[in-house]
Design a protein around this ligand. Structure first.
Ligand SMILES: Nc1ncnc2c1ncn2[C@@H]1O[C@H](COP(=O)(O)OP(=O)(O)OP(=O)(O)O)[C@@H](O)[C@H]1O
Ligand SMILES: [Mg+2]
Length: 253
């Protein structure tokens, strides 16, 4: 195999026999997961099953104790330079937006570009405005987060992550803190991103979103990947009783 084709087949994210504990509590158990470039994964499962911990390990917001994580060819170690290198590849969007309240929308989007990427402010602002345009919120650029709705703040958070030009985007329940009428505007942005070919790992219970964009849905329980399949297969024909029970609860109402 040539080096070029070997590289194109390298997974964007790979986890091999990943184990993590919080003190005595074994939170992730022998996780094996490969995410191909351009692949869209939805992670679901009951509260406390380890979904957030799993995706937070990818950019070392949580530290694992056993196993291996590789992102875009870079294998995680304790070395801070290595961790920073990985973080440059990874964008993250949280449930509670995590915008800086004392900075405007535009400043929120410029901060890391200027301080981490060392971009001149003018270039950072240009790039920020392009991404704010893409999430349809450029007209709010000079407001503070507190002056925006939850849906608008979450779209800013997505734009802020995209400004760093990540190779993979992690979403941790990005719509679960939103009022129902704002969920769609955020999901629409995420669907567009998926259709543009972004590699995405999304913890969400939005099953319509999963059906629309996910290549694979992963069901987790008690720190393990219990089952994974394309959405139609997993939703229509779940194999494990645990998956069946979970789906009957969330699809049942
Ligand atoms: N910093 C921590 N220290 C100790 N235990 C933790 C810590 N963070 C999470 N846990 C525990 O680890 C387990 C998994 O947590 P995690 O947040 O990954 O679950 P989750 O699947 O994302 O749940 P939810 O759907 O409620 O967000 C839970 O039992 C939680 O209480
Ligand atoms: Mg969580």
């Amino acid at each position: 195999m040539s080096e070029a084709s070997a590289q194109s087949e390298q997974p964007m994210v790979s986890m091999k026999r990943l184990n993590k504990w919080y003190g005595d509590f074994h939170v992730l158990r022998d996780i094996d997961l490969e995410v191909a470039k351009g692949e869209r994964i939805v992670v679901c499962g009951p509260s406390g099953s380890g979904k957030s911990t799993l995706i937070r390990c990818i950019n070392h917001l949580e530290e694992h104790q056993q196993g291996e994580i590789t992102v875009n060819g870079i294998t995680m170690t304790q070395d801070i330079k290595r961790i920073e290198q990985i973080r440059r590849n990874v964008g993250m969007v949280f449930q509670h937006f995590n915008l800086f309240p004392h900075l405007t929308v535009l400043e929120n989007c410029c901060l890391s570009q200027v301080w981490v990427q060392k971009k001149p402010r003018r270039d950072a602002e240009k790039s920020a405005m392009e991404y704010l345009e893409r999430v349809r919120i450029a007209n709010q650029a000079h407001k503070y987060p507190g002056q925006l709705s939850g849906g608008q703040q979450q779209r800013v958070a997505i734009a802020r992550a995209l400004c760093m030009r990540p190779e993979v985007m992690l979403f941790d329940e990005p719509t679960s803190a939103l009022d129902p009428e704002m969920i769609k505007e955020v999901l629409d942005v995420m669907i567009e991103l998926a259709q543009e070919g972004m590699t995405m790992l999304c913890v969400t219970h939005e099953m319509g979103f999963a059906r629309t964009v996910a290549d694979r849905v992963i069901f987790m329980d008690e720190g393990q990947i219990v089952e994974e399949a394309p959405p139609e297969t997993l939703f229509n024909d779940p194999q494990s009783p645990r998956t069946q029970e979970f789906l009957s609860q969330i699809l049942g109402h």
